[in-house]
Design a protein around this ligand. Sequence first.
Ligand SMILES: *Cc1c(COP(=O)(O)O)cnc(C)c1O
Length: 364
Amino acid sequence: MPEPAQARLTIDLDALAHNLSVLTAEAAGAEVAPVVKSDGYGLGAGPLACRLWAEGARSFFVARLHEGEALRRELGPERDSTIYVLDGVTAGAAPRLAAALLTPVIASLPQAAAASVFARQSSRRWPVALQVDTGMNRQGLTLEEARALAATPDGLRDLDVTLVMSHLGSATAPADRRNVEQLARFNQAIALFPEARRSLAASAGAFLGGDYRFDMVRPGISLYGGGPEERPDARLRAVATLTAPILDIRNFKPGDRIGYGAAVTVDRPMRAAIVAAGYTDGVVRGAMGKGHAWFRGAHRPLVIVTMDLIAIEIGDQEATVGEQVELLGPNALVDDLATAAGTVAHEVLVRLSTRAERTYLGAS
Ligand SMILES: *Cc1c(COP(=O)(O)O)cnc(C)c1O
């Protein structure tokens, strides 16, 4: 039994299915391959992927090898799927990748060599993806390395390159020139591997139009309700809702100092509700003084955020101890909280992974 004063995290898989359908429409025929790294952005990779599979998704991306192994277990043998591991063939990973039927995303020349050696030694042809860095400067072969690899007769021996992909660094700003520059480099990269399928766009890129879609798009955050341009998008629904009850209602007078190190000094009479949640439950501390919760039909300023308690200003609004406050959800949007805290929606969601009591709606 959840205790009454517990913060509750509700994960709405029907909202997830809705967001998948929005992205599927936007993808206009390209495959939508959900990204469920970091335990599904903190929301639970297993339950998310099982529902996404039921809605038709057949390819998934994770970052780490162990995330791929866990996802393969959670999907089980009956849910046939391709699971791509973005880290690729890290040291010692090849046998484990192969055993769990994971597809590595090769990100360097040494990784390509290690994959080829493993495939030859185990007398198999191994399906792999290749990541080419087209200008984000984070992960992947440079265009020159990709050219060298494609030109080396045995460079990809015993490997089947089934997918060539890259990642956009500025897609949340559609007018940024870097997008067209990366697109041009990607078009050069895919020409080197004409047999492979092609993927460039994550959530934001999926909304940049037809030139960016190719054969597959790889959304994460927009499946979970974050807008493609780092602000709320009315087409998408909130997947995660965090609520917590009011523990106490307090009246502050001018000069009262609230919180650790007197974080806030009150400059006017203020009525506040003390809510039974804190940054342990995923309300980012940086939102203090800038972000809002939702209570009785209105946004209420987050006055302080500590480990276990939050104070929200409620003015003269009637309120009773035990009533629920929405800290994140359809009315306290993930993009707004992220902006208030000076971060991105991705980070707000992954921080939800700790204490709150979890419920899934619409599990399959
Ligand atoms: C995280 C990631 C994605 C998904 O990004 P979103 O912004 O959450 O849609 C797609 N591709 C790669 C390579 C990633 O690292």
